[in-house]
Design a protein around this ligand. Structure first.
Ligand SMILES: [Zn+2]
Length: 312
């Protein structure tokens, strides 16, 4: 058996030096690894934290973006909501509860109908808001045959007639009969008011016309001119009786309107409620009675045949 050779330390001094060197190297390695691990852990945590922050920031930005989108949408809606009425052609038309009646009116199939067209001439005046309030209290729509009246109060009244859903109709700018002698001048008087109505209200009113004094005071040339320009013209078949300077008592006007409407399937009532106090006082009782009797009040529309004093 081979005898194992004994390990002898020849130089203790060299042994201690080597041992110390190894110890230092091992310690340095451990410390270095420790630093390296610590650095990696810190870096990972930092990256995770940064990622989390970025996620939160992104979410916050998304929320902000969402808020901004909603805000922009609301602003857009607000900007698109103008005081004038605009209809979206893509939306289906709302059901008109009077569609059947209007169809019969257009076809002149009026027997047994109980329809009233209230018409107010020569305004607007400072009393127009009072008339509009009265109509609103009954939820009724009417037709206002207006002339040209200047001033901010008049402008506000034209606008409210439209915004309340009534018909802003044409009764010439000047109300002068003189223009009947020249159809061109007459149509200029009609167009002048239409331009003013559009300028003041921002909307094009329907082409519904009443001759000053009625078509009986005009002539066939002017009637033809108004038809050629695309207007539907309307006279009346019921009078409140307030056209002259001597205005009847309110009770008489009320009875005039009720009795007149009883005589027709379709009544067009002429009155001057924006001018005459007694007419304003008379109207509520007349409306209440006729509503209770089953009458329907409608605003005028183009294309419906209304009473004519003069035809062509
Ligand atoms: Zn008039």
């Amino acid at each position: 058996m081979k005898k194992r050779k004994k390990l002898r330390i020849k130089s203790w001094k060299r042994f201690v030096s080597y041992s110390l060197a190894c110890l230092i190297l091992i310690s340095a390695s451990i410390i270095g690894c420790g630093f390296a691990i610590a650095h990696i852990v810190t870096a990972t945590e930092s990256q995770a934290a940064t990622s989390s922050d970025e996620t939160q920031t992104a979410l916050a930005e998304n929320n902000t973006s969402s808020s901004e989108t909603q805000s922009n949408a609301l602003q857009s809606i607000a900007q698109n909501t103008s005081p004038t009425v605009t209809l979206d052609a893509s939306e289906p038309a709302q059901d008109d509860p009077y569609a059947d009646i209007k169809e019969r009116l257009r076809n002149n199939d009026t027997e047994g109908l109980k329809v009233v067209f209230l018409t107010f001439d020569d305004g607007p005046t400072p009393y127009t808001p009072e008339v509009l309030d009265m109509l609103a209290s009954f939820d009724l729509k009417a037709t206002f045959f207006t002339n040209h009246h200047k001033g901010s109060d008049a402008a506000a009244n034209y606008c409210r007639i439209v915004s309340d859903g009534h018909v802003l109709a044409n009764h010439t700018s000047s109300h002068l009969y003189d223009f009947y002698s020249d159809p061109t001048l007459f149509m200029g008087d009609v167009q002048s008011l239409r331009d003013y109505q559009i300028q003041v209200t921002g909307v094009e009113p329907p082409k519904i016309f009443r001759f000053p004094g009625g078509s009986a005071n005009a002539n066939t040339a002017c009637v033809q001119a108004i038809l050629d320009a695309g207007y539907t013209y309307a006279d009346w078949n019921v009078i409140a009786g307030d056209g002259s300077s001597s205005v009847p008592e309110p009770s008489v006007i009320t009875q005039n309107i009720i009795d007149g409407c009883h005589e027709h399937d379709v009544s067009v009532v002429l009155c001057h409620a924006e001018l005459k106090e007694n007419t304003r006082a008379a109207l509520p009782a007349a409306i209440e009675t006729l509503l209770a009797e089953g009458y329907t009040f409608l605003p005028m529309e183009e294309g419906i045949p209304y009473p004519h004093q003069l035809e062509v």
